[in-house]
Ligand binder design. Sequence first.
Ligand SMILES: [Fe+2]
Ligand SMILES: [Fe+2]
Length: 447
Amino acid sequence: MTKTYLPGTERGKYMRYDTAVILKRLYLCEKELVISEAGWIPGIPYFDMKTILPKILWEDAMTANALRERVFELRFPSRILEVGEDQQLIDLIKQARLAPNALAFLSTLAHVFKPALLQAYVSYLSLADYIGDGPTYRFMNLAVEEKRRQIHEIRQLLERERARAGQAERDLAERWTNECKERLQAMGGIGLDTPQAAADQGEAGSGISSSASGEASPIASFVPEETPARDNRFTNVRFYWPDNVDPSFPYGEGFQLQLRSAVSHLNEIWAVENAGHVLYSFAEELGWEFIYDAARWVYDESRHCRMGYERLKSWGFEEAELPLGTYIYDSCKGQDPIYRLGMLFYFESKNIGKKLDRIKNFASMNDRTSQHDMDFDWADETIHTSYGKTWLSAALKKRGQDPDDYTEIKEVCESIVKRTVETATAEEKEQITAIANRMIAKVKAVQ
Ligand SMILES: [Fe+2]
Ligand SMILES: [Fe+2]
């Protein structure tokens, strides 16, 4: 006698384990992209991208975290997130970091990896079970929305910057993007199925080496720029205000204080670049929880930088009138990245007490924007103090040192910045004093 059963439906396509395998792959891709994006921040010259990319990497970190948590739920009690069959895919994302220029790197994001992830999320949402796997739906729908916006933002900037770039730079970027695209296509893209083992395509002229099936390929290591690339629409200097090198130059009161504070915020660009460098440098050593905190750290510093930029623009300043300094970032050149972590901790938190006074000051001047910016900045800095302590301790512990003793880190940070300040030339002092005086005179002229 033939047994009779009721039919299954499309909802049953993926079982719990299949779902976890797919989400793990997507987590690993997002995570590697966060690391790439952070590592490239110092090397990207475009000012707008220095503040757009931090937001993008923070969103990616939020998505990655949600994916990771979901994998743990689905695989409970296992908390293992092995790379396994996704090795080639992950290697390709790592190799794409070695892009020959900023255009090439951004182009791989906008034309290769982000569209591939978007496609994967859309396919997943169309095939997975919205009942059994309901909790995945909320964050993945958000990820789809964010990826679409990210692709649009990066492409828009690329279009503008490509028009300004030289032919050779554009050609390099195009070739690199096509190579990455072909390599990804050969693996079947970022999909719901296991990446296919691609045949070796490492040809002459190709910057990307491919590995034999299943084997981890040797990846030339990427290093974030130790000298930050900067946007030449601004006045690029080492010292961004005379008081960096001349303690007798007054911090100022009234409008001078408003101006000084906005220039300070704008110049947190060093903190954005430095936080990106730190995220990249400690990603392997300190793991996901660190990457997740650091992504927010990078994003926060970019918001502080943007606060200053927007205030200065609203007061009528053009980019060419604004000084962008590098001296704190420069001080760490060639040093163990632990001092970059220390620098972010000390130089960002040392003024935290003063910020409360500034908030009152700006309120008394009826400058609600400066007050508002400082107020939100203060809230972020209290979070950063805790990040600084947690991760500096973790890094010290990994190095076999006392995790509660930051004395040496603090001393080295202070002394390397002091050494850099001592190298300020008479011309540099003259130049930054002239820039500051011009800005002050401009405000005076309209009062
Ligand atoms: Fe900040
Ligand atoms: Fe900070």
